[in-house]
Design a binder for this molecule. Structure first.
Ligand code: SF4
Length: 314
């Protein structure tokens, strides 16, 4: 047995001993995905976090994801192998900017992308993910909303969902997904594979979104590829989604649109750190109760609006 397989086996044994479930986001490195109990996009992980029975959730992803799991599960112990793994986009929207936007645009509901700090979430009426933004907007029944922090998702909300969106901040972005906009390699790939379907994440710029066969979350990309009769797909999102797609659908071909579209924050999680985390019961992710209570209302509202028929206004 190789060193990697041995480490993975030790992690699985430790998870069982500690009554822990391992969550991994789709952007985690393949060796982490392989050891996880559940792999998903942000919304899938949120839903799963409400259904588990183990005492411990070990979260392999970035900090806002672990905090969301902690908010939804105050009676569970949520651990992160590397607590400094933070989404840089979340830092672009401090709570103060939202408060200022509310003052400037009184009465507009605040929809925030899940890639935000807990302090920002506490200012929101409802949270959304890349998989449910249009559903949330449709069910809120408000023509105009405040939305942040991702400017390209704001474009998606305008063009695809059909709503008037006031962005906060003016130009929020994911540094990984904006790299797709200026690389001619995608067009070269389309020439090389003319029958390939182009799947694009809504954090990419609108010009690229408008050329996609599917604009969607990582979970929606997996579903699309599973059901599609096409055999080749060009994937415009963080590179490690491609490894999951290829592992789960080996009869199809997945080509990363850009091989260097790597989220360094996601790659801070390693097998060694996962083992240490389980072994030493670290690092415990907690959210102060007063903030958690307000943030939970907005997160729970997203879950209700997405999975049920709640339609009341913000
Ligand atoms: S890919 Fe972008 S939005 Fe996602 S965690 Fe990394 S920096 Fe944040």
């Amino acid at each position: 047995m190789g060193a990697k397989a041995k480490l993975q086996q030790e992690i699985r044994q430790l998870a069982q001993q500690k009554n822990a479930i391992i969550f991994a986001h789709n952007y985690q490195p393949p060796e982490i995905q392989e050891v996880a109990d559940y792999i998903g996009d942000s919304f899938g992980l949120c839903q799963k976090a409400q259904q588990i029975e183990t005492k411990v959730i070990l979260f392999c992803g970035v900090r806002f994801m672990a905090e969301t799991a902690a908010i939804l599960n105050p009676d569970k112990r949520v651990l992160m192998p590397e607590p400094s793994a933070r989404c840089p986009m979340a830092a672009q929207l401090p709570a103060k900017l939202i408060q200022e936007a509310k003052t400037k645009h009184p009465g507009l509901p605040v929809i925030l992308y899940i890639n935000t700090t807990v302090e920002a979430k506490a200012e929101a009426d409802v949270i959304c993910t890349s998989s449910n933004l249009c559903t949330i907007l449709d069910r809120l029944k408000q023509d105009r909303v405040l939305f942040g922090p991702d400017g390209n998702m704001a474009e998606y909300a305008r063009h695809i969902c059909g709503y008037d969106v006031v962005p906060i901040p003016d130009h929020g972005f994911c540094h990984v997904h904006v790299t797709f906009s200026f690389d001619p390699q995608i067009m070269e790939l389309q020439r090389e594979y003319p029958k390939a379907k182009l799947l694009v994440h809504p954090e990419c710029d609108w010009d690229l979104q408008s050329r996609a066969d599917l604009i969607g979350s990582t979970g929606q990309m997996l579903e699309y590829a599973r059901k599609s009769s096409a055999s080749t797909f060009i994937i415009a999102t963080e590179v490690d989604l491609t490894s999951r797609l290829q592992r789960e659908l080996p009869q199809k071909t997945f080509i990363p649109a850009l091989k260097y579209a790597i989220c360094k924050a996601m790659k801070k999680i390693t097998l060694e750190k996962v083992k240490t985390s389980l072994l030493h019961d670290q690092f415990h992710i907690t959210v102060p109760e007063s903030i958690a209570k307000r943030a939970k209302t907005a997160i729970q509202r997203m879950i209700n609006l997405t999975t049920s028929t709640e339609t009341n206004s913000a």
